[in-house]
Ligand binder design. Structure first.
Ligand code: GSH
Length: 207
């Protein structure tokens, strides 16, 4: 498959950007990484790429695409249509979509928001974030007990979409000690050959 120039706008500490970077690496696609910290995201030039002012944004030739999960779907369909990343089987595809929704829902409003509040002075309700995480993590623990990956027996977009903010939940004051199956799943994602971690957070995790 021929490849146009791919550019990923994001930041190194953004879990939304990280999930896209993981898939680009998994697919062996060359890309330029363009840092887009808060001041860049507020600029007129960036708002032309994404009027919502959010990262990540992917440019692939003439295409400009925002939203991490939309980008995952695009890359899998465009560059690896026969792979397991986004299965053809209707039930498996629906399971992947379910976890993409959970990534944009409970994972975002629980562990991701808790980390943004603790690490980046984001203004939101920490109690609500904790409550969402407290509902999500036992559910993930039960789901992953006896399973290797979230949607199928292979890693899929579901695992990439959910990994980053669950792995970094402790940086938001949400420990994972009570969730051994979740931690084992995180280690399985980290053992994938293309894996690259998010750098350490600005504020160390309290033990
Ligand atoms: N639904 C979006 C959410 C992306 C998102 O919230 N990105 C954060 C950084 S991790 C951001 O750009 N926040 C700035 C803002 O919302 O103004 C996605 O999945 O890409």
């Amino acid at each position: 498959m021929t490849q146009a120039k791919i550019t990923l706008h994001g930041t190194a500490l953004s879990g939304h950007t990280h999930r896209v970077e993981l898939l680009l690496r998994a697919l062996g696609l060359d890309f330029d990484f363009v840092p887009a910290p808060a001041d860049v995201r507020r600029s007129e030039a960036f708002r032309k790429l994404n009027p919502l002012g959010q990262i990540p944004v992917l440019q692939d030739g003439d295409l400009t695409l925002a939203d991490s999960n939309a980008i995952l779907v695009y890359l899998a369909k465009r560059y690896a249509p026969e792979s397991d990343w986004l299965p053809h089987d209707p039930i498996a595809a629906a399971q992947v979509q379910r976890w993409l929704s959970i990534a944009a829902g409970e994972v975002m409003h629980g562990p991701a928001i808790a980390r943004m509040i603790a690490q980046f002075k984001y203004e939101d309700d920490p109690v609500r974030a904790e409550r969402v995480a407290a509902r999500l993590l036992p559910f993930m623990e039960e789901h992953l007990t006896g399973r290797s990956f979230l949607a199928t027996e292979h890693p899929t977009l579901a695992d990439l979409a959910c990994y980053s903010y669950v792995a970094h939940a402790p940086e938001g004051g949400i420990p994972l000690d009570a969730y051994p199956a979740v931690r084992a799943w995180l280690r399985r994602v980290e053992a994938l050959p293309f894996f690259k971690p998010i750098p350490p957070s600005p504020i160390p995790v309290k033990s």
